[in-house]
Structure formats: C-alpha cells, structure tokens
Ligand binder design. Structure first.
Ligand SMILES: [Zn+2]
Length: 207
C-alpha cells in the first residue's frame, strides 16, 4: 500500500511540475491586431507589443521596415505600413527581433537590456548576467552558436565593423573577435589565437 501511494504521488508530482514551470516562464507577446485599408496596413496594438518586450518603439519599427521592405511610421499606439501585410508576416519578424534583441541565448529569458560597448550593441541578461553582441546574421552563426569559442580553432565569420585600431570586428554568439587586416563586409576564416572573457583575437586563416 505504501509503495502504491509513493508511486501515485510521484506520478502526480511529474504531471504537475512541467506545467507549473512552463506557465511561470512563459513570455507573452500580444498577437498582431491589424486592419488594412487599400495599400496601408495599420497595426493597432504596436504600443502593447513594444511594451511587452521592453524596447524602444523606434528600434522595433526600424527593424520591421527593413525586414518587411516597406516604409512605415508610428502614430501613438499604432504603427502604419505603406503596403498590404498579413498578421503572420509581421509576427514572424517580431519574433525574429525578439530572438535577436530580447531573448538571452544562455538562459532563454527575456529579462535583458541593451548596452553600447564602443560601436557594438551588447545584450545584457538581468537574470543570469550573460552578455552577447547583437545584430549577428543568423546565416553566419547558426553552425557555431552555443558552443564556446576555442583557441586554435578556425571559424568562418563576416567582418561587421572596424575597431578604433583598424582591426576588423566579427561576432560569434556572445564573442567579439578582433581580426587585423580585414575589410568590413568581407567573409573570412579566422584562427582564434586567444580569448579573454567574451573578447577574442585571431588572424585570417589561409588553407
Ligand atoms: Zn540569461
């Protein structure tokens, strides 16, 4: 009898646990509420969306204009785009913005803020303290995210900026990599020579 009770309790506990955890960690972004008028799309709850992700309305707007390829403007709580757009189209771009500029890639929480480190924007997590540069194009990082950078290894990166000393700057996940002798916009293979925290140094690798 005692054994049965224990198993029943365990089963009960297992059923309850994931639900409770999931509920607590859920991060809700309101769904896009829009209407279209001819070639104009009005997102009625743009203000609520921005508030839920705790970012500047102009930042999200600039991102959406770029990603949707359409001009737009903010009018109070509303956002207006000068083309006919669907809910899914806008929601997928908002999700992309959130993945890049809001979610901590370490602990997956949205409790973050952006800080400037020179010319690089850094996402700082208030929950776990992780830091990572933002604005990284997924195509260049997908195969190498999450794994820690290793000195001596070779990575393919895009030079996103030039530092004050003339070195090219690339980013992989949370790392900023300085690579001398490279030009902005070029894609190079870099051999990492050393790593200090989230900052790494490397040289162009020639096969
Ligand atoms: Zn975190």
């Amino acid at each position: 009898m005692a054994e049965y009770d224990y198993e029943a309790l365990l089963k009960q506990a297992k059923e309850k646990l994931p639900k409770g955890v999931a509920k607590e960690e859920r991060f809700q972004i309101p769904g896009v509420d829009l209407f279209t008028e001819g070639k104009i799309t009005v997102v009625k709850n743009f203000g609520d969306i921005v508030e839920s992700i705790r970012r500047e309305p102009a930042d999200l707007m600039a991102f959406l204009q770029r990603e949707l390829g359409t001009p737009g403007n903010i009018d109070g709580k509303r956002a207006t785009f000068k083309s006919r757009l669907g809910v899914k189209q806008i929601e997928s771009r908002i999700q992309a913005y959130v993945n890049t500029f809001v979610m901590c890639s370490e602990c997956k929480r949205p409790d973050t803020h952006l800080v400037k480190d020179g010319r690089v924007d850094i996402l700082e997590c208030e929950a776990c303290g992780a830091r990572r540069p933002v604005g990284v194009r997924k195509t260049f990082t997908s195969q190498q995210t999450r794994a820690a950078l290793v000195a001596g290894n070779v990575y393919e990166v895009m030079i996103q900026d030039i530092g004050s000393k003339g070195d090219g700057i690339a980013k992989i996940d949370k790392y900023i990599i300085y690579i001398p002798g490279t030009a902005k916009g070029s894609v190079v293979k870099v051999k990492i020579s050393n790593i200090h925290g989230n900052v790494a140094y490397g040289n162009v690798f020639v096969e």
